[in-house]
Design a protein around this ligand. Structure first.
Ligand code: GLY
Length: 252
């Protein structure tokens, strides 16, 4: 069960963050509303939600999942793959130190937390434009010392591994068809995303509830079969910045 979530308020300059989206310029007031609804949903699931102030030097810093990874036994301050995001972890570190021993990924290794998928105590480490082999190797060693197993998975499309696959409980992965054939995922049950709804891969499983992005009815119908409560959240402005539900919190 998760008991805590760390979040950070989007700053007024959040639209200056990195994005490849062609969905238009995002709206600050709307993202604040969407972020508040997200925090309220986490609270409704029994989590204590820690809200950190915006970081004007780092417009992407409200995507707190990338500069850190929290496992049951340790917290890792990563070295994000985008130079503009390196340094976001320094204000997370004192918070994480209150809950876990903290270790670091060191350059030339790079890791974005968005590439790290935890399934029970096993970790899939996506090799992407943001997470390199050196970073993956450092992380695998740190995880092994903490008693976790891990393996790497090549991310051929999308920003992060978790842009295409997430654990939705009951030994099941919600996954795009391009990742579904990857041998790393052969042992798991899979719910295949419709090609028109691949953004919904970024669904968040918390305490036997699924938080999913609003507006993906085919995926909602498929997830319904798991028999869990589903909460839909509007993340239109987050999506415009290449983000999603998993990116906006560190759960532990
Ligand atoms: N805007 C999120 C990222 O590209 O890191």
């Amino acid at each position: 069960m998760f008991t805590h979530a760390i979040t950070r308020l989007p700053g007024e300059n959040f639209a200056d963050g990195l994005t490849t989206s062609t969905l238009g310029r995002p709206n600050y007031h709307l993202i604040l509303k969407q972020h508040q609804a997200y925090r309220q949903a986490l609270q409704s699931l029994g989590l204590e939600v820690i809200l950190l102030p915006a970081e004007s030097a780092y417009p992407d810093a409200y995507f707190v999942e990338d500069p850190a990874i929290v496992t049951p036994n340790l917290a890792v301050i990563t070295c994000p793959g985008a130079p503009s995001r390196q340094g976001e972890g320094s204000t997370l570190e004192p918070v994480l130190k209150q809950y876990r021993p903290v270790v670091h990924i060191d350059p030339p290794g790079t890791v974005d937390g968005g590439d790290i998928l935890m399934v029970e105590s096993h970790f899939f480490i996506g090799l992407s434009e943001r997470t390199n082999r050196e970073g993956a190797a450092q992380l695998a060693k740190l995880l092994a010392v903490a008693g976790h197993t891990s393996e790497t998975v090549l991310v051929a499309s999308g920003l992060h591994l978790k842009s295409g696959v997430n654990f939705v409980g009951k030994d099941t992965l919600l996954i795009t068809s391009s990742l579904a054939d990857n041998p790393a995922f052969v042992k798991h049950k899979k719910i295949l995303l419709d090609p028109t709804e691949e953004y919904a891969a970024n669904t968040l499983y918390i305490n036997d509830t699924l938080l999913m992005p609003e507006g993906f009815p085919k995926t909602h119908a498929k997830l319904d079969r798991l028999g869990m409560r589903i909460i839909e959240l509007d993340v239109s402005e987050v999506r415009k910045m290449d983000g999603g539900l998993t990116c906006m919190s560190l759960r532990f």
